[in-house]
Design a protein around this ligand. Structure first.
Ligand SMILES: C[S@@+](CC[C@H](N)C(=O)[O-])C[C@H]1O[C@@H](n2cnc3c(N)ncnc32)[C@H](O)[C@@H]1O
Length: 260
């Protein structure tokens, strides 16, 4: 699919900004946010928020699931909702039934999304953003989105849904390690259908070891104009495979993160 990169040059003071988050313009012109709590941006400012979401998560995942008429997506975590909204953008005009579940523990962030300066590609989803911000759900004939206001670890432990796509887009392993541990990925692997795909921007070896040790094959994804990322699946994907066992042999001191 095509979308425009719009480099904006204006500095805008956002009503969205608070003592926890401020909006920041990224390289492709789209705004992301900076979390003062996690000391991290919500997206790579260098790759661009919209560009990163489409290139590293949405497009490879939708390519893999293109033959499905109904797709169940786990979006970890909702944040500004780019992965959910970019999914709707990429599926525009396609008659597929989509169900997206997305944990997010920052209630104030979700409430403030109505004030976020989204890229114009998302303007048509304004009513969806407003409904999600106010009620944390959007339901229609072909599209159901549910934001679970709470801890993602609890959600993945307790849900009995099975997913075709998992967007693993938490803050980085160093800032938010509990969403990257072997135990966490064990719960995630159990929620993935046999042919499901997981996408993540992390290319760190501990993350890849955690995926591999939970029965997932690990692949290198290279998108245009973005840094490399990781895809994982229980099934074969047509991407260069990462030989995690070999990397573990060469780096015996590197281990997956663990809960304790
Ligand atoms: C990198 S941002 C997600 C970006 C998002 N995918 C997007 O496209 O805008 C990480 C999000 O995880 C949330 N978060 C961090 N730890 C969490 C947890 N244990 N449970 C639920 N949400 C969590 C943060 O509040 C933040 O909104």
């Amino acid at each position: 699919m095509c979308y425009n990169h719009k480099k904006l040059n204006t500095v805008v003071k956002m009503p969205f900004d608070s003592n926890k988050h401020i909006s920041v313009q990224s390289e492709d012109g789209s705004y992301t946010a900076y979390s003062k709590e996690f000391n991290e941006h919500y997206h790579s400012t260098k790759d661009g928020a919209l560009h990163e979401s489409l290139s590293k998560h949405v497009l490879p995942a939708l390519k893999h699931t293109q033959n499905l008429d109904e797709i169940f997506i786990l979006d970890i975590c909702f944040g500004l909702g780019f992965n959910t909204l970019a999914t709707l953008l990429a599926l525009k005009g396609k008659k597929k039934k989509i169900t997206i579940l997305s944990p997010e523990f920052d209630k104030e962030l979700i409430k403030s999304l109505v004030d976020f300066n989204y890229p114009q590609e998302f303007y048509e989803f304004q009513n969806i953003i407003t409904r999600l911000s106010q009620t944390q759900k959007y339901e229609s004939q072909y599209l159901n989105i549910y934001i679970y206001l709470g801890d993602a670890r609890k959600f993945v432990r307790e849900t009995n849904m099975q997913f075709d796509i998992v967007y693993q887009d938490a803050f980085s392993p160093s800032s938010n390690p509990l969403l990257w541990t072997g135990e966490y990925f064990s719960d995630i692997a159990a929620l993935m259908k046999p042919k499901a795909i997981l996408t993540t921007y992390s290319i760190s070896l501990p993350t890849r070891i955690a995926l591999y040790k939970n029965g997932l094959q690990v692949y290198l994804h290279s998108g245009e104009g973005v840094r490399s990322s990781t895809l994982a699946s229980k099934t074969d994907l047509s991407y260069p495979k990462v030989d995690v066992a070999h990397k573990m042999n060469c780096n015996p001191n590197v281990r997956a993160l663990h809960d304790k």
